[in-house]
Design a protein around this ligand. Structure first.
Ligand code: AP5
Length: 207
């Protein structure tokens, strides 16, 4: 099972990815998490990427394509994998197709989480992540336990969130007709409780 999860910033990709990966026994590959890990490690790639990410802009295609190309060669990706936040541009989607063809593999489904923009700013600015476990919480909709060590992402300030939403609408949304044309797109309503959305995603993939 090779799945791509597409959706605007804060639509719930990271939240739903864990459940999908558990159900299908595949690893989650999040380019955002990989870039944040490189930033935390202080690598040259991480520090260069952080400057772009903190402004709410997209990291250059060749950087993320290189990260994904390398990651999916790992042995844990043999049964399949879920891509969360990649591809985000048509050149990234075309590069993914080339990489998969070279490996004799193919994409099974692209799940689009659909959430209106009006809800996304609140989801992003009240998001907190537990530094120790990586778990994603929301101060209103999914409150963290008292012992969580909470982190507020640098790009989750309102101005940056709006820039990220603009980038999604201007650039990433072009992937929807791209994958629709290939018969891979499955649209899932992303408004509802975490469990309701999870059930819809799993049903879309089971279908
Ligand atoms: P990335 O980390 O991928 O960020 P994103 O796409 O903006 O997505 P988010 O992580 O913000 O949100 P999410 O959809 O995972 O939502 P979540 O589950 O956390 O990328 C960050 C940056 O890295 C990019 O801006 C770019 O600079 C760079 N980058 C990454 N990949 C790249 C690529 N391929 N090309 C170029 N640049 C790249 O949920 C959000 C909140 O909502 C949480 O608080 C959660 O608890 C809450 N929530 C979730 N579901 C619900 C629900 N049903 N109801 C109520 N609240 C909910």
């Amino acid at each position: 099972m090779i799945v791509v999860l597409i959706g605007p910033p804060a639509s719930g990709k990271g939240t739903q990815a864990g459940a999908i990966c558990q159900r299908f026994g595949i690893p989650q590959i999040s380019t955002g998490d990989m870039l944040r890990a490189a930033k935390a490690a202080g690598t040259p790639l991480g520090l260069a990427a952080a400057r772009v990410m903190d402004l709410g802009q997209l990291v250059p295609d060749e950087v993320v394509i290189g990260l994904v190309d390398e990651r999916i060669k790992h042995v844990d990706c043999q049964p399949g994998f879920l891509l969360d936040g990649f591809p985000r541009t048509v050149p990234q989607a075309e590069a993914l197709e080339r990489v998969l063809v070279r490996a004799g593999r193919k994409l099974d489904a692209v799940v689009q989480l659909d959430v209106p923009r009006a809800l996304l700013v609140e989801r992003a600015i009240l998001r907190r992540t537990d530094k120790r476990t990586g778990k994603i919480y929301h101060l209103k909709y999914n409150p963290p336990p008292a012992d969580a060590v909470l982190e507020h992402r640098a790009d989750d300030q309102e101005a940056q969130v709006n820039k990220r939403l603009d980038a999604y609408e201007d650039i990433t949304s072009a992937l929807l007709p791209f994958y629709q044309g290939r018969g891979l797109l499955r649209r899932v309503e992303g408004v509802g409780s975490l469990d309701e959305v999870r059930a819809r995603v799993v049903a879309a993939l089971d279908a």
